[in-house]
Design a protein. Structure first.
Length: 303
């Protein structure tokens, strides 16, 4: 039975990756971003359950990008983001439906976003500093299927708590509720930790602009070689908007899609671990063609 479940899980993720990359629908509103940050959990064996306790992850991230149109040509827009955010995971030691139960809150902390666009013979620039929209997942379940294979599922929501002004270029919040289900699979074998993480953002309506972004999906892949206490390996993501937008046509930003490839290096000292991740976009259409560096610190706060 477990063998059939393992084969089914692998097949689902392979089919999802195939579907995400070539098929893209309408784009999000100009100036908006997905609630789920690109490459947010790269390098992590996400589906494996954590032992009972309270875990904290601090993440410093810097990203830059240049806007491209539907043909991949540069539009002249530029962006630079910097963030210092925390993720908190609580594992109370409870089992539900044969799985380890946990709760998660992420994206907790300050963000600065700088945006610059062509404006006649010059440029128009804007900066926003504040709290982004967090993700709160009160329900998370992780199943151990045996033979080193784990799968997990979460049900989360992004409340519109971040800074937002419809008349500004830069906004660290999106001014809309987002439902965010996620699914992950991790396999430990041959000295590797291989993880696939699939996230969907089902967007609500931004009432300030009367615009609703279509549902988007992102698939993250990590293949980390375990050289304890070190780990190293390639990471990648593919992003697409899967559903149609609804709102004023002048706000439609095009058919957004992107894919990135990079490397992660980590060090694990038991209750404390640190990882550096660099990713560069290898494909982008109707969104930012960028690169990002993340430094992530994980530690056990209380057991």
């Amino acid at each position: 039975m477990n063998q059939r479940i393992r084969l089914l899980a692998v097949a689902v993720f392979q089919l999802t990756l195939f579907a995400l990359v070539p098929s893209f629908a309408h784009a999000a509103a100009r100036g908006s971003t997905a609630c789920y940050p690109l490459g947010n959990t790269l390098g992590s064996p996400l589906a494996a359950p954590l032992p009972k306790g309270l875990y904290v992850s601090e993440k410093f991230k810097v990203g830059s990008g240049r806007g491209v149109d539907a043909n991949g040509d540069r539009t002249g827009s530029r962006s630079l983001s910097r963030s210092l955010t925390a993720t908190i995971i609580w594992t109370p030691g409870i089992e539900l439906f044969g799985a380890t139960y946990y709760m998660r809150a992420s994206g907790l902390g300050p963000v600065q976003l700088d945006v610059s666009v062509p404006n006649g013979a010059g440029r128009r620039s804007d900066t926003d500093r504040g709290l982004a929209d967090p993700t709160i997942a009160p329900i998370g379940l992780s199943w151990n299927l045996g033979s080193g294979l784990f799968v997990s599922a979460e049900a989360g929501v992004c409340p519109p708590w971040g800074s937002y002004d419809k008349d500004e270029l830069a906004n660290v919040g999106n001014n809309a509720w987002v439902f965010e289900p996620t699914f992950a699979m991790t396999y430990f074998g041959g000295g590797f930790a291989t993880t696939a993480h699939l996230t969907f953002d089902v967007n609500g309506r931004n009432r300030a602009t009367n615009y609703r972004n279509g549902t988007s999906g992102q698939l993250e892949l990590s293949v980390m070689k375990q050289l304890k206490p070190f780990s190293i390996g390639p990471v990648a993501y593919a992003y697409s908007q899967l559903g149609s937008d609804d709102g004023p046509v002048q706000l439609d930003g095009g058919r957004g899609k992107s894919a990135g490839l990079g490397m992660a290096v980590g060090y694990d000292a038991g209750p404390f671990s640190i990882m550096g991740i660099y990713v560069d976009d290898i494909y982008a259409r109707s969104m930012s063609d960028g690169r990002q560096f993340t430094l992530r610190l994980n530690y056990l706060f209380k057991d």
